[in-house]
Design a protein around this ligand. Structure first.
Ligand code: SF4
Length: 343
């Protein structure tokens, strides 16, 4: 009989697994805590479970673990990029960023991505498969093992490889594990999911009432340009996506983050800044401006400093909050849109 990977199951599934083993369901919580909260992979270390149960578990189950194949550290900041191998040999990347009191892990939800945004390295390599909830969560558990003694993960951003809302069920399950006290115990307000704008799934996510932060990868102030930069915009026009975001903001009582990657001579003009301010009017939000990170597969460039500042200054105070973000880990291709897992 093939052994079951327990790091793919959450409480109800662990309960039914234990039930089938003839064990009491309440032990699922103890098991979950060992697997996700303590990151233990050896049943022998689960000291509050009986010897008999530990023996049974090791006969029929195992606890999967990502295999680290490479770790790079940025010389500019302390950003670290991890290349992990999954059980089927496929590879994903995860990024650890440090900033003042924050330690943020940026996790992937798919191997590759089908959406092919023109500025993104992940999209260039195509889609291979969805990650399981266990594989999504395991990136954080694995990175925790490389933190300094006095550090802990404070924030999680679901912005790595892939479109999380196209791997909806596994991503939501992973978020529940990340939030739970039996899991990673990271509060909703410290988790941000970034989407390219899959409108129907945004409504669905709103109704889950997870209360996590939601970011839209916007990148253009109108549909015409957005369709050129992000092919998915042909399916979901801005009017539809913005309505879905308003619904999300209302249901979860949060403000939306708009991410806008500034690309030289593509979306960085004064006129486009004014158009952008008008577009988001009335939505509780903040705008993150991200200077484009060049990748060798694309001819695009980063705007010069003066253009970046001018764009920001036109937007603020027309928009409620604007930050001009400095990319992390650019020298190790760990910045936004640069992840490709050696594909
Ligand atoms: S930006 Fe996001 S959605 Fe677009 S291709 Fe890259 S990973 Fe996929």
């Amino acid at each position: 009989m093939e052994k079951i990977n327990l790091k793919a199951l959450w409480i109800e599934e662990l309960e039914s697994f234990l039930d089938k083993l003839g064990e009491k369901k309440y032990k699922a919580k103890q098991l979950a805590k060992w697997i996700y909260n303590k990151g233990v992979t050896d049943f022998e270390q689960m000291t509050d479970l009986s010897k008999e149960l530990r023996r049974k578990l090791s006969e029929v189950a195992y606890i999967g673990k990502l295999k680290l194949t490479r770790k790079q550290v940025s010389k500019i900041d302390q950003t670290e990029k991890f290349l992990f191998e999954l059980s089927d040999g496929k590879r994903i990347e995860t990024v650890l960023m440090r900033e003042k009191n924050r330690v943020t892990v940026c996790i992937s939800t798919q191997v590759g991505c089908a959406l092919n945004c023109i500025f993104c390295a992940t999209g260039k390599s195509g889609f291979e498969r969805n990650l399981s909830a266990g594989e999504i969560v395991d990136q954080i558990i694995a990175v925790k093992g490389y933190l300094k003694e006095d550090e802990k993960v404070t924030n999680v951003v679901i912005m790595g490889m892939g479109e999380p809302l196209l791997n909806y069920e596994n991503t939501v399950k992973a978020i529940r594990i990340i939030q739970s006290e039996l899991g990673l115990s990271i509060s909703a307000k410290r988790i941000t999911l970034s989407t390219s704008g899959i409108a129907p799934e945004i409504y669905k996510l709103a109704d889950e009432r997870l209360k996590i932060k939601l970011a839209l990868s916007l990148n253009a102030p109108d549909d015409e340009l957005r369709r050129k930069l992000m092919p998915i915009a042909k399916k979901y026009p801005l009017s539809e996506v913005l309505e879905a975001l308003k619904y999300y903001a209302k249901k979860n009582d949060i403000r939306i983050t708009f991410e806008y990657v500034l690309i030289k001579d593509v979306n960085d003009s004064e006129e486009q800044a004014l158009k952008l301010a008008k577009l988001i009017r009335g939505i509780p939000c903040k705008i993150n401006l991200i200077p484009y990170n060049p990748i060798k597969e694309c001819p695009y460039k980063k705007p010069d400093e003066e253009t970046l500042i001018k764009f920001r200054d036109i937007l603020y105070p027309r928009a409620p909050a604007v930050t001009l973000r400095r990319s992390k880990g650019e020298d190790i291709q760990a910045a936004c849109g640069q992840l490709k897992a050696g594909m």
